[in-house]
Design a protein around this ligand. Structure first.
Ligand SMILES: [Zn+2]
Length: 325
């Protein structure tokens, strides 16, 4: 049993019936299942975010909700290759937008959905090509974020109606980062599907994209943009981590309370993922909050004999999930 507690952390765990031999009071989730280590980090950041909200006149209710988020994790023991793996079976989530745990789960579900669906688009449009476009504007004060995002959305609407805009379908996500001087840097990450002829007729280089975005924004400066085309042999799945990022990085959520509270105010009910053109029917589910944040496996048939469950409690002081006594 020594490999449970000291030395090398095992990647698989042993049957539950073996556990009483060791001191259960010192068994942590990340020891039993290293791949579940991110839980500790995210839940710990949720505590920090809840503390930002606490005692705030408007947002104190979010602190109460986050306090109860994922306090208990119920994992099922799944037999695999003669050993057991932990699979999350149940947990309660607060669904507060900027809760780090919920943001993490949400992004995982969206990514899983995209990974599943993109190959069927490739199948439907085998000769078409993919572009990855990043559109930015000048940094703004966090107090101006909402107006800035609305202006960017309107500019995007102008962009997709322009004759030069080459995409027949698109997926767009919004990211907001924080600069060192506490300004907000909102930008769009876009996946575009273009006809194969794009590279012979209508091809736009970086400066053309910048000109086009500039004219849609109706500004007098040249905005920073980035455009990359995916090799014909590559899968758009490779771009999923670039496109479906967190709307706000976890580190930016926790570092500065004033900035974060203003961000919450400014982002209230703003949608961050949008789809259009021929991609809409495949990907529009990404525009909604995922119903399932657990990650239930649709194809999974539950083993006839339930092999048992392990429950872990969040320990605020330890900043770790601990096996329930
Ligand atoms: Zn939550």
């Amino acid at each position: 049993m020594s490999n449970f507690l000291g030395g090398e952390t095992p990647s698989h765990i042993l049957p539950y019936k073996d556990i009483p031999e060791v001191d259960k009071s010192s068994i942590y989730l990340s020891d039993l299942s290293p791949r579940d280590k991110p839980w500790d980090n995210h839940r710990s950041n949720s505590d920090r975010v809840a503390n930002h909200y606490r005692d705030d006149v408007i947002f104190a209710k979010y602190a109460d909700k986050i306090d109860f988020c994922a306090q208990v994790l119920d994992f099922r023991l799944v037999p695999q290759e003669g050993e057991y793996k932990l699979k999350l079976d149940n947990a309660r989530f607060c669904r507060v937008r900027h809760c780090p745990v919920c943001q993490w789960r949400r992004s995982r579900m969206w990514k899983a959905k995209a990974y599943k669906v993109l190959p069927s688009i490739v199948e439907a449009y085998p000769k078409y090509r993919w572009l990855f476009l990043t559109l930015t504007v000048r940094n703004c004060f966090i107090s101006e974020l909402r107006d800035t995002l609305q202006w960017m959305n309107q500019s995007w609407q102008r962009l997709i109606k322009r004759k030069k805009f080459p995409a027949v379908g698109w997926l767009r996500s919004t990211e907001v980062t924080r600069s060192k001087d506490n300004l907000a840097h909102p930008h769009f990450h876009c996946l575009l599907l273009v006809k194969p002829s794009y590279f012979s007729t209508g091809y736009m280089k970086q400066s053309d994209w910048s000109e086009l975005w500039k004219s849609c924004l109706r500004v007098d400066y040249s905005p920073v943009i980035d455009i990359r085309s995916l090799k014909a042999s590559s899968s758009p799945n490779d771009l999923v981590p670039e496109i479906i990022k967190y709307c706000v990085k976890e580190s930016d959520l926790t570092v500065n309370r004033e900035w974060f509270l203003e961000l919450t105010q400014q982002m209230h009910k703003m949608r961050t993922i949008a789809t259009g053109g021929v991609l809409k029917k495949y990907l529009k589910q990404l525009e909604q909050e995922p119903e399932d944040l657990i990650g239930k496996d649709e194809n999974e048939t539950k083993s006839e004999v339930d092999e048992g469950h392990l429950y872990f409690n969040w320990k605020y002081r330890d900043k770790r999930y601990k096996l329930k006594d």
